[in-house]
Structure formats: C-alpha cells, structure tokens
Design a protein around this ligand. Structure first.
Ligand code: ATP
Ligand code: MG
Length: 219
C-alpha cells in the first residue's frame, strides 16, 4: 500500500477537498482500491464520508497514537491510503509522515500562506526526509499572485504543475458526500483532479523505480 499524506498547518487550504477527490480518482481509475483516513478531530472528511451514498472509497478511523501499528493491519487490503490531517501544529504528525510515500502540501496563493508554511509545516516535512509536493489550491488562474506564489514555493521544493482552482462546485458536491469527479465528470474540476492524481502517481512510481534499482545493485 502506498500512503499519501495531505498536510498543512494552515486551516482551510483545501486539504480535505483534495484528499477526497484523490481517493475517488484512484477508485475511478480502477488501479486498485483506496482508503481514506481522517486524523483531524474536526472530522470533516468523516462527515463527508457519512453523507456519501457510494461505498467506496472506504474510511479508516485511526488514532494518531496508533497509526504505525494500525496501517500495517490494513495495508494488505488496499493499494492507496489518503491521510487527511488537522490544521494544527505539524509536530504530532511525525510518526504519520514516517509512513508516507508522498506528502502533499496544498497551498493557497498568498504570501501569508507561504510564510506560515516555512515556519510551521515545512520544518517537520523536511525533517521526515520523505518526498513532498506543493499543490496550489483554491487558486485563480492567470493572477500575479498565483505566479509569485509558485515562484516562492519553488525555492522550497517541487511545485505540482496541476493547479486546483477556486470552484464553487467543490463545496456544492461536498454537501451530498460527493465530488466533482462524480457530479461533473467532464468538467474542468474533474479534469484537474485526475491530472493531479496522474502526476502524483508518476512521482510515487519514480521513487519506487529508483529504490528498486538500488535493491538490484545491492544484490
Ligand atoms: N478548490 C476549491 N474551490 C472552492 N472551494 C473550496 C476548494 N477547496 C476547498 N473548498 C472549500 O473551502 C473550505 C475549506 O476547504 P477544506 O475543508 O478542504 O480545507 P482544509 O485545509 O481541509 O481545512 P481544515 O484545515 O479546517 O481541515 C470548505 O468549505 C471547502 O468546501
Ligand atoms: Mg480538513
């Protein structure tokens, strides 16, 4: 199982929205089953899941203190796990990040958000030594702010070329526990989420292939 953790200490940046869309994108693509994990005491991902009719993706409730042991138990049943986190100090997520194959950091295009990121979230992410990716979220295409935020972020790490736009449809779809992938499968929101998933998977596979090469050399 590959574990993808969505993290940003800043609230309201789109962590839960991206988490649920990625899990649905993975399920729709039928490349293997996906499981969601809500570690946020606010429980918005779990609320969304409870409002949802479809049975997939499944939801696992795992306490932070138990994370390492519990994910071993479910690892054989799923191909991908998407972990949503709380808008809080990132330090308590150190053990969760140890299990990550990729860390996604959604960021809103704003200098305030970049500044708080370098103070609160990035030190913990970098200390984990795990690959991470910035994803611009709730963005307006073609704005100077978007361009300058991407430039500022690129000094800290890789910025995903796919941008998640500000779209009312994301919030609307969440009402019934749904996603834009299901409500408007041919729309731009669905396209950008599928693209994001494709890019992320290529990063995970790239990491996989390079570690496989290392193994072969050691043998
Ligand atoms: N791309 C988007 N366009 C429009 N609205 C969005 C988008 N992404 C998220 N939202 C809305 O913005 C609000 C915050 O999003 P979300 O809950 O995903 O952020 P979060 O980072 O998980 O917040 P928290 O830190 O509180 O857990 C929600 O009402 C959500 O529906
Ligand atoms: Mg959230």
């Amino acid at each position: 199982m590959k574990t993808i953790v969505l993290l940003n200490s800043k609230g309201g940046v789109g962590k839960s929205n991206i988490t649920r869309h990625l899990a649905v994108a993975a399920e729709q693509e039928k490349s293997g089953s996906a499981v969601l994990c809500d570690t946020d005491p606010q429980g918005s991902l779990a609320d969304w899941w409870n409002a949802r009719e479809a049975e997939t993706p499944q939801l696992a409730t795992i306490a932070l203190s138990d994370f390492k042991a519990k994910i071993q138990v479910i690892a054989s049943s799923f191909r991908y796990m998407f972990v949503d986190t709380a808008a809080s100090d990132a330090e308590p997520y150190t053990e969760v990040l140890e299990q990550a194959d990729l860390i996604i950091i959604p960021v809103q295009p704003s200098p305030d958000d970049v500044r708080s990121l370098s103070r609160l979230t990035l030190p913990v992410v970098k200390a984990s030594g795990k690959p991470f990716l910035f994803v611009l979220s709730k963005a307006r295409q073609g704005t100077e702010l978007l361009v300058s935020t991407m430039a500022a972020l690129s000094e800290h790490g890789i910025v995903c070329p796919t941008i998640i736009a500000q779209r009312e449809g994301y919030a609307k779809a969440s009402l019934s526990g749904s996603t834009l992938l299901e409500e408007e499968p041919n729309g731009k929101g669905a396209d950008e989420m599928r693209e994001l998933w494709k890019y992320m998977k290529s990063r995970i596979d790239e990491k996989n292939n390079s570690s496989k090469k290392k193994e072969a050399l050691n043998v």
